[in-house]
Design a protein around this ligand. Structure first.
Ligand code: NDP
Ligand code: 8X3
Length: 249
């Protein structure tokens, strides 16, 4: 299979690149930081093609089908993984620019990629799109405001893609992880390594390899079955329930 991964310079994306290459597939590893991708290419060899790509660059994304080298052009699997959370402030204090960046990357970047690579999959009668949603798209939490809303968008976009793709063999899966360590996610969210490290203290969190092995398994599953969504949490994470404020305002 030829697998296109966005956000492959770190975290889940890099782990998925390793898993797919090690399973014998070809991987186009994309992100903004080319040095990280080059290091991955040096590690994994010629089955990995590193390309510098910002998913928010609509023109560059739209040009992909004509610009990929022939050996990598017929993409079978698109993994829309690039994404981020910024901040954990309540909505009334949140930074509007951070909100815009999350919407641009998690929603608009993901639809840019899908719109660019989906027509080829439909034409070739072969394809699978994975979207990186989150438990944050299913369950609200304080400070999750726009991040969670972008992941709810990803969930519904995944379902609506399935609706549109009925009558084609192209598959769509929304992957919804909970707390996962060993990535840059919380460093990016807080811009503070110490605060980021505290998020994972005392928890046996999910690892990027857990997510990568799940995605590889789904991608290699029999072609007649579609895993619509898969929600994965560490055993040490669960639901918080509804909150009550008692007394006056
Ligand atoms: P990381 O921060 O480790 O990796 C994010 C990746 O996205 C990086 O490779 C980064 O590369 C890339 N990226 C960010 N912005 C852009 C952009 N504009 N264009 C292209 N690439 C971009 O995060 P994770 O691996 O933890 O997260 C991956 C996905 O999984 C995200 O969508 C996240 O929301 C989701 N997720 C994460 C969870 C977690 O607990 N870690 C849980 C549930 C979901 P570069 O900076 O080089 O461009
Ligand atoms: C990442 C999981 O719980 O930090 O999507 O929002 S969480």
């Amino acid at each position: 299979m030829i697998v296109f991964i966005t956000g492959a310079s770190a975290g889940f994306g890099a782990a998925m690149a390793r898993s797919f290459v090690q399973a014998g597939h070809h991987v186009i590893a994309s992100a903004r930081r080319k040095d990280k991708l080059n290091a991955l290419a040096a590690e994994l060899g010629e089955r990995l093609l590193p390309i510098e790509l910002d998913v928010n660059d609509q023109a560059a994304v739209a040009a992909l089908p004509t610009q990929l080298p022939p050996a990598f052009a017929q993409v079978d699997v698109l993994i829309n993984n690039a994404g981020l959370a910024l901040g954990l402030e309540p909505a009334q204090r949140a930074d509007i620019d951070q909100w815009h960046t999350m919407i641009d990357t998690n929603c608009k970047g993901l639809v840019n990629m899908t719109r660019a690579l989906l027509p080829g999959m439909v034409e070739r009668k072969r394809g699978h799109i994975f979207n990186l949603g989150s438990v944050a798209g299913n369950w609200p939490y304080q400070g999750g405001n726009v991040y969670g809303a972008t992941k709810a968008f990803v969930q519904q976009f995944s379902r609506n893609l399935r609706a549109d793709l009925l009558g084609t063999p192209v598959r769509v899966t929304n992957v919804e992880p909970g707390m996962c360590g060993g990535t840059e996610f919380s460093d990016v969210r807080f811009g503070d390594a110490e605060r980021a490290a505290k998020v994972y203290e005392g928890v046996q969190f999910l690892t990027p390899e857990d997510i990568a092995s799940t995605v590889l398994w789904i991608a290699q599953s029999p072609a007649h079955m579609n895993i619509n969504a898969i929600e994965i949490m560490p055993v040490q994470q669960s639901f918080g329930g509804l909150a009550i404020h008692r007394g006056s305002f």
